[in-house]
Every structure is written in C-alpha cells, then in structure tokens.
Design a protein around this ligand. Structure first.
Ligand code: DON
Length: 319
C-alpha cells in the first residue's frame, strides 16, 4: 500500500486512515501488559510501564503515529546498528569486518560470544557493540570526541539534535559490572585497542542518547531511504553501508529471538532494553514502537506484538 497522504506536511505527524489504524493497534495492545521493565538498569526499572506508542515514517518524510510517540526514552541497543553504520562509513566495510564478525550468536545480548578468531560474533550484541563503539576514531579521537561524533551522527539519522538522558547514563554506569567484564575480556583478546573502562563509559553514554518513538521512526526511515534523511535531505550514510546494516539487523537485531522475528514479522528490526523497537521496510517506511516491559530475550513484549500484528494486517513481510 502507498502510505503517502498528499495533504501531509513532511516531518509533522498527521491524522489519516494510517494514524487511525495505528491508534487501533495501540488500543488493542493496551488491554494487558505482560513482561517486566529492564531490572538491571535502575533508571529503566522506574519508567512508567503503561506507556505505549507506535509510529511510522515514510521514505518521503510523512509521519503517522498513535499513543506515546513524543515521550523521551534512552535509545539503548537501538544505537548499535546506527553506530555500526558510522564505523563502516569511517573505515570501510572490509576493515570493520576484520574487527567484528556478522554471525548470529544465538545467545543472550550480554554474553561474550566470540568467534573462532576471538572477534565478537556480531555488532548487535553488547560485545560487538562495545567493539564497534571503540572503532569510531580509533587512534585519532579522544573519548569525548568519539561520543560527540556518535551523538551528532545519530542526530543526523533522526533529523534533529539529540541529547543525553544523564539519569540513565549514571545509573547504568554505576551497575555496569557485566559490560566492564566483557570489555576487559575483549581487551584481553585484542578485540579492542582503546582502554576498556573508556569503552564502557562511552558505550553506556551512547545507550543513554535520548529520543522519542517519532525520532526513532525517522531514523528507521533514513535507513529505509538508502541512508538519506527523508526530511533534511542529508545523505547520512551510503546505500552500501545501509545494505550491510540492514542485513545484520535482519539476522541479529532481535538477539536469540531473531529467527522467530524474521519468520513472523519478516523485515529487519532492532530492539532496546528501554522498550523501543525500530523496524525498516527498505524503500518504504521506518517504524518505531515503544512499550517498556520486556520478554526473556530483552525485547519489548507489546512492541513485538504490535510489529507482528501490523506486519500481518498490512502484509509487510518481505516474502
Ligand atoms: O549494555 C546494555 O546492557 C544496555 N545499555 C543496552 C542493552 C540493550 O538494549 C539490549 N536490548 N534489548
């Protein structure tokens, strides 16, 4: 279906049969609220778990949404594919492939999951994402410059300047024992060259970048649009980079649920422990859902349910 409404304004949420449809989906999925907020990050455990929203942005920049799509949350793991894109733009794909592999781990997102060459198995799990973070300006940038490059890069995908949720950053960092352990193991195996503590701090700050479901659907639309932000018109990354990023999102974006996701939803997506999920239908739309309670794999329960429902009802599966 063609989602564009001729009366719409780019970058502004509009009311239409599509937003009415999304409102129905949000309302149908609001009736119960299974799962639990991420417990290992104190700030996320305290978020209002009743919030729920769904948003779609077309490759020509029209925004349709329902529910809590203007509420800010921390991006968490959804930053990973976008930082992977920035690393490929900076170093080229072959160089990055020598540092982070692209095989699904089949394990939880916070396992070490190294391959036979002691490389992290993919850039979507924490080990691979911390390594990818460290590749930005490796040998050339300070810790501060690396973070700022990432914050500005993600802002370009969103089409607006994104800030940091300082509460989320400090509360996660104070309890990030597991990521510190993984980073020191990565350093031990030579996977990262930057100081492990600096990598954890920078990566945790990257995960605390703050945005709304509306911003996130715009970021997805930039990927759907071959790397060109639909509203600002900026070519943020190349179409070749997008192809790599979406391939890895397809196989690894939903962690140990990735197989079921591809079978049932049928297009690439990435989840974050704040309860957000970004989805990309190449050449068509970016999509975002937000609902804080998670399943065992760390994916939003109602977000996953909404994606499955929308993919089925709107016939969006790639097959
Ligand atoms: O590193 C962490 O554990 C978090 N900052 C991000 C993990 C995450 O979002 C996993 N997603 N479902």
């Amino acid at each position: 279906p063609k989602l564009t409404d001729p009366n719409a304004h780019q970058g502004v949420q509009i009311k239409s049969p599509i937003s009415d449809y999304l409102a129905t989906v949000v309302s149908q999925n609001s009736k119960d609220n299974p799962g639990a907020n991420a417990a290992y990050i104190p700030e996320l455990a305290a978020v209002n778990s009743d919030q729920i929203g769904a948003c779609v942005t077309t490759v020509d920049g029209y925004v349709y949404g329902a529910g809590d799509i203007d509420v800010e949350f921390s991006i968490q793991s959804v930053s990973k594919p976008f930082v992977y894109a920035l690393a490929i733009e900076e170093h080229g794909l072959a160089w990055v492939l020598d540092r982070v592999d692209v095989e699904p781990s089949g394990e939880a997102f916070n396992e070490l999951s190294l391959d036979g060459k002691q490389l992290p198995k993919n850039p979507m799990i924490n080990a691979g994402a911390m390594t990818t973070h460290s590749l930005i300006g490796e040998g050339t940038m300070t810790v501060e410059q690396r973070f700022e490059h990432i914050r500005k890069g993600l802002s370009k995908f969103a089409g607006r300047d994104l800030g940091v949720d300082e509460g989320s950053y400090s509360s996660e960092l104070a309890t990030a024992y597991r990521n510190f352990s993984i980073a020191y193991m990565l350093k031990n195996y030579g996977a990262i060259k930057v100081e492990p503590a600096d990598v954890v701090k920078g990566y945790t700050r990257q995960c605390a970048i703050q945005l709304t479901a509306s911003d996130l659907s715009s970021m997805g639309a930039t990927l759907a649009n071959g790397g060109k932000q639909p509203v600002t018109g900026e070519q943020v990354v190349s179409p070749e980079t997008v192809r790599q990023v979406l391939s890895v999102m397809t196989t690894c974006g939903m962690y140990n649920e990735a197989g079921h996701w591809v079978c049932e939803v049928g297009f690439p997506a990435k989840s974050g422990v704040s309860g957000c999920v970004v989805g990309v239908l190449p050449g068509n739309i970016g999509m975002a859902t937000f609902s804080p309670r998670l399943d065992e794999a760390g994916n939003s329960v109602r977000g996953t349910r909404m994606y499955k429902q929308i993919a089925k009802e709107m016939v969006l599966h790639m097959m």
